[in-house]
Design a protein around this ligand. Structure first.
Ligand code: FAD
Length: 460
């Protein structure tokens, strides 16, 4: 009888899934038996993959460093490499003797194409390759309209999601991970990647605000359920701060949507029970935006609605764009939001809508420039959520707010920051001589925006 071939090491290639619990690729590697090599590749060379912004890199540095510690406490280690992923993975296979590679799926077009090509090449060379659903509750191609097309409107999509079987239960974190000879593989020093800003070190506010990593994600979720879920219905009031702050953890996969879903469906304070559905609905917006991204790969650069290609944006005045970026527009709610973003790497959702509307409609600056600024400064900057939400505000997106709905930042402030707490927190000089006058007249620029919109409609 032929002897059974021993199982070789399995290479687990981590990407947007920086966690040990509920990690189907890692789970599969352990079930397969044999040693497990866990690697992360910093790839700015593969075409079609959007390079991370500065705030995301800061987050990633912290997250990888926490993950490395978590792996070490289980007898394993994180191998860090830099370069075009296809070459790096091939080299790691050679060096470790791995005969299988596993990963969790990504959904942006460039990443999907790169993964498909790598899977094909590796399979042809006799390596076993498996990919898994880990970061979305519903894969974008699985939820379709009765006509077999992708949903373009959120509410029916959401209903279709709820009609699906309950998402699978999360996998537990492994207690140990056998690493064998892989423990000796060379690994980059994370500091050499330069993700931590030095001169100038602008990340002080981020350090103060966040605890990236898997443990931080679960602590955040528990604190949210305990302290804020009951008030989630009041989430539009930025000073009350009743949202979960899970977005960067979901972005980098330090927690999975399956874990969030089932934790929310489990025990929550009885006074918060009524908010569970509303919260999970927001989580499903993230799924919907991935459907939009899946059907419109160039979502960050192309209008989802092509009629917006005719829109006549202003040539951006660098001084005006900079005033917006730095929170010096003289419009208090806009400035508060932009300063919150700069300091903490996030901004309250309602204020994101207000600052985006101000840039697009009052300043008539192309939404793509705002999207790029957010991409660089948000710790939750996301291939699907960022461009989809910018296009939502611009009116050019799927199920978007109509262009003619121009947020008036003063009215928004009087509704959602009635006592000015949020503005005072971020713009302490508001109300003094040190605070500038508005750079534009809100009424006049609103009228100008609507005229531009009419011109576009006549052309389209
Ligand atoms: P919660 O209210 O606690 O919601 C829970 C989770 O649901 C969030 O973590 C997020 O994953 C998801 N979610 C909530 N609202 C939305 C939404 N409108 N669209 C998609 N998913 C949502 N979100 C990002 O994750 N990354 C981005 O790059 C991003 N860019 C945005 C740009 C603009 C112009 C706007 C208007 C919104 C953007 N959002 C983005 C959506 C939203 O503002 C954030 O998800 C939310 O503020 C994160 O805070 P939270 O985790 O406390 O949200």
């Amino acid at each position: 009888m032929a002897e059974e071939k021993p199982i070789g090491p399995t290479l687990v290639w981590l990407r947007d899934d920086l966690r040990l619990s509920d990690n189907p690729a890692l789970h599969h590697a352990l079930e397969r038996g044999g040693d497990v090599v866990v690697a992360f590749v910093h790839d700015e060379e593969t075409p079609g993959i959007r390079p991370l912004g500065a705030a995301s890199k800061w987050w990633l540095h912290q997250s990888l460093s926490r993950l490395a510690g978590d792996l070490e406490s289980r007898g394993s280690r994180l191998i860090l490499r830099r370069g075009a992923a296809a070459e790096v993975i091939a080299s790691l296979i050679d060096e470790s003797g791995a005969d299988a590679v596993v990963w969790n799926r990504r959904y942006a077009k460039g990443a999907r194409d790169a993964d498909a090509a790598l899977k094909k090449a590796l399979t042809e060379s006799g390596i076993e390759v498996h990919s898994f659903q880990a970061n979305l509750l519903f894969e974008p191609w699985t939820i379709q309209t009765g006509q077999g097309t992708p949903f373009k409107v959120f509410t029916p999509f959401y209903r279709a999601c709820l009609a699906q079987p309950e998402p699978r239960h999360p996998f537990p974190a492994p207690e140990t991970i056998p690493s064998g000879a892989a423990a000796e593989l060379p690994s980059d020093d994370l500091a050499s990647w330069g993700f931590e800003p030095t001169r100038p070190d602008w990340a002080g506010g981020l350090r103060e605000r966040w605890q990236p990593g898997e443990a931080g994600a679960h602590e955040r979720l528990e604190a949210f359920i305990r302290d804020d879920l009951g008030d989630y219905g009041d989430r539009d009031f930025p000073a009350d701060d009743t949202t979960s702050h899970l977005s960067p953890y979901l972005r980098f996969g330090e927690i999975s949507p399956f874990q969030v879903w089932h934790r929310l469906r489990g025990r929550v304070p009885s006074s918060a029970q009524g908010q569970v559905g509303g919260f999970l609905r927001e989580v499903v917006w993230r799924e919907f935006n991935n459907v939009v991204l899946y059907s419109t790969p160039d979502l960050a650069t192309q209008n989802y609605r092509p009629e917006f290609d005719e829109f006549d944006w202003n040539e951006p005045d660098p001084a005006v764009l900079e005033a917006w970026q730095q929170g010096r527009t003289g419009v208090p709610l806009v400035d508060a939001g932009m300063r919150e973003l700069w300091k903490t790497g996030v901004m309250h959702n309602r204020v994101r809508m207000v600052v985006a509307s101000f840039l697009i409609k009052n300043l008539l600056i192309d939404w793509r420039l705002g999207e790029q600024w957010f991409w660089d400064t948000l710790v939750d900057a996301d291939d699907a959520n960022n461009p989809a939400n910018w296009q939502w505000v611009a009116g050019s997106g799927a199920d978007a707010a109509p262009f003619f709905r121009v947020f008036n930042p003063e009215l928004q402030a009087s509704k959602f920051d009635k006592h000015g707490e949020y503005v005072r927190q971020w713009v302490p000089e508001y109300g003094t001589d040190a605070y500038p006058d508005p750079i534009v007249d809100l009424k006049e620029t609103r009228r100008r925006a609507l005229d531009r919109y009419d011109t576009m409609r006549r052309k389209a």
